[in-house]
Design a protein around this ligand. Structure first.
Ligand code: KG4
Ligand code: ZN
Length: 349
């Protein structure tokens, strides 16, 4: 079975081809970062227009790379939500138009399920059940994943997502959008403990988190600094920010693992590319005889391979009757706000 995956929920157009026996055959991503950089963040209308320009050439590119044609496709998996409505509409429209022309099904994928299942493309891949830490520009969630499609939300951010906090910190330190990797690189040169920042909700007793106070603390430190452009100050502040984020995330996942008697942690989303977070989680898990999995670095941020993988898993877990029923009820539409729990419900119904 050959599945085409399309991702266009934000500022990356991602396209991939996955085969149920041979795995990932080809994938390509076009990032709009350079375009949005000028504005300090994603401009939704520009994002939609750029997806329109990129998506078909990228489909043709991956088909060519894999030595396949459209006629070889068995299904199309597309990000249906959550994300920017106009951007999502591009991928979903293309998916439905192609599927209609080829007389094949469309599978609507939840973006965060895609991120989570990108881990299945790692070698070795994790096995269910596990605790998942989803850390992206829009989400910071801890989930209990008992099996495919069964996602229980254990903890969430009450305000900013961790990726968003990275991006805002980057802006305060005078660095361009999206800024996560730049803050991480700057932090590498800083000294831990030189500047103290709060660890919001570290002792809240639950698995919820909050990052907007941390961002304000970074802003206050910049405002109070004698010379906010001093390189050592910037490095130490970036270090303090990363240390605070990593401390909170590590403490929350360890608590989740212990409470739910889990031995496996799976990390996903753009921030799972972060070196300091990876190192710390590996350390914490090893110390406790637990395991941690991350997606391959290139598949941490938005891409089509994760959507193709989620589509393939979806099909694998459906009976023929369920597939027929699902496709009979298929409606065109996007879901800019969509909870993963509801998406899992959609799969099984
Ligand atoms: O998953 P993603 O590509 O898009 C969303 O679904 O939001 O995540 C993008 C986020 C951005 O906030 C970006 O700054 C952050 O992931 N990010 C990182 C790193 N790479 C990407 N944050 C910290 N360290 C990184 N290496
Ligand atoms: Zn994402």
């Amino acid at each position: 079975m050959l599945i085409l995956g399309l991702e266009s929920s934000c500022d990356e157009t991602g396209v991939a081809l996955i085969d149920d026996k041979k795995g990932l055959l080809a994938h390509a991503v076009h990032t709009q970062i350079d375009m949005h950089k000028l504005y300090g963040g994603v401009v939704p209308e520009l994002a939609s227009r750029d997806h329109i320009r990129r998506v078909i050439p990228l489909v043709e590119q991956v088909l060519k790379e894999a030595g396949k044609t459209k006629a070889d496709l068995d299904a199309i998996a597309v990000t249906q939500g959550p994300g920017l409505a106009g951007a999502l509409l591009v991928g979903v429209s293309v998916a439905h138009a192609l599927a209609y022309a080829l007389d094949i099904p469309v599978i609507g994928i939840h973006h965060m399920e895609g991120h989570l299942l990108a881990n299945l493309l790692a070698d070795p891949a994790p096995e269910f059940p596990f605790i998942a830490l989803l850390v992206s520009g829009g989400h910071t969630q801890i989930m209990k994943v008992t099996k495919f499609g069964e996602y229980e939300l254990l903890g969430d951010t009450l305000d900013d997502a961790v990726g968003e906090a990275f991006d805002k910190t980057a802006q305060l330190l005078g660095m361009a959008y999206p800024g996560g990797p730049a803050v991480s690189a700057l932090a590498d040169k800083g000294q831990s403990g030189a500047i103290e920042l709060p660890r919001p909700m570290l002792h809240s007793g639950n698995l919820d988190m909050s990052f907007s106070g941390l961002k304000t603390a970074v802003l206050n430190a910049v405002n109070k600094a004698e010379d906010p452009n001093d390189e050592t100050f910037r490095q130490n502040l970036a270090r303090a920010f990363v240390d605070a984020v990593v401390d909170v995330l590590a403490a929350k996942v360890v608590k989740a693992m212990k409470t739910h008697h889990m031995k496996t942690l799976v990390v996903a989303g753009g921030v799972s590319a972060n070196k300091q977070l990876r190192n710390r989680l590996v350390f914490e898990m090893r110390k406790r005889g637990m395991e941690v999995f991350f997606p391959p670095i290139k598949l941490c941020t938005d891409n089509g391979a994760m959507i193709a993988t989620a589509g393939l898993e979806r099909v694998k877990h459906m009976s023929e009757e369920e597939i027929a029923q699902h496709f009979k009820n298929l409606k065109f539409g996007v879901k800019p706000r969509w909870r993963l729990k509801d998406a899992a419900g959609d799969i099984r119904s």
